[in-house]
Ligand binder design. Structure first.
Ligand code: NAP
Length: 247
């Protein structure tokens, strides 16, 4: 068995790329031992772990489809055995299918809810039993929930569920000194946002916030770092929109 870490331990779901990878990099810089969860991008997850380790950090890659309760349980087992008990859970893994409600297939609906909602449920349920006292949970909503744009009904419904989990779970953990918050990013330049959009559509989104640019993964990583760190100890049950002032 690997030596348990003297660092605090963070799990970042969906950390192989995009915002999750930036969160893993930032939390490693903050001094956490980081579990880089991935589902289908092992090469990127292991490359990130190599980068974090080369920089002097402690990191492991853990495969788990967050939609699967058994895989999430096994992920916590591996992390506890290799890094130690978990202090911070970042529920970043998510998918976006932009499509009118009436055009969604059953399979597309199921995929969105399985990953975004059941995936968050699975890790929260596990965290309830396993997180260290004084721990931190950061869920992922989206600013799209405030915009009500056509094509976002199913995605927004999944993020509304995540916001509901956040408010109630914060109260259910009374007495454990664990905070539960969510970050709700505006448009961030990752494949989730960029794929399938024309350059014109991307530019239109970039002009929406008064800061007149797309967000970068690091803009969100710094918010997660705050919520996961000592300075956010009195912030609990909140949704923090980070979107350049878009909504
Ligand atoms: P992304 O670039 O598409 O990355 C998604 C990540 O989620 C990948 O690492 C992927 O890992 C992982 N993932 C997908 N399905 C998974 C599953 N079943 N189990 C475990 N991991 C899974 O997306 P992103 O833009 O970074 O988005 C991250 C979060 O921010 C999501 O919750 C998203 O809804 C939210 N968000 C994003 C934006 C935006 O504009 N980008 C705005 C608001 C909110 P694999 O490749 O290994 O499968």
């Amino acid at each position: 068995m690997t030596r348990p870490s003297t660092h605090k331990v963070a799990i970042v779901t969906g950390a192989s790329r995009g915002i999750g990878a930036a969160v893993a990099q930032r939390l490693a810089r903050d001094g956490f031992a980081v579990a880089v969860n991935y589902a289908s991008s092992p090469a990127q997850a292991y490359a990130l772990v190599a980068e974090l380790t080369a920089a002097g950090g402690r990191a492991i890659a853990v495969k788990a489809d967050v939609a699967r309760g058994d895989e999430v349980r096994a992920m916590f087992d591996v992390v506890e055995a290799q890094l130690g008990k978990v202090d911070v859970l970042v529920n970043n893994a998510g998918v976006l299918k932009t499509l009118p409600l009436a055009e969604h297939s059953d399979a597309q609906y199921d995929q969105s809810f399985d990953i975004n909602v059941r995936g968050t449920f699975n890790t929260l349920r596990e965290a309830a039993a396993r997180l260290n006292e004084g721990g931190r949970i950061v869920n992922f909503s989206s600013t799209t929930l405030a915009l009500n744009m056509p094509g976002y009904a199913i995605y927004n419904a999944t993020k509304a569920a995540v916001e509901a989990f956040t408010h109630v779970f914060a109260k259910e953990l009374r007495g454990r000194s664990i905070t539960v918050n969510a970050v709700a990013p505006g448009p961030i330049a990752t494949s989730l946002f960029l794929d399938g959009k024309t350059e014109e559509q991307v530019q239109a989104f970039a002009k929406m916030p008064p800061l007149q640019r797309l967000g970068q993964p690091e803009d969100i990583a710094s918010v997660v770092s705050f919520l996961a760190g000592p300075d956010a100890g009195w912030v609990n049950g909140q949704i923090l929109r980070a979107n350049g002032g878009l909504a």
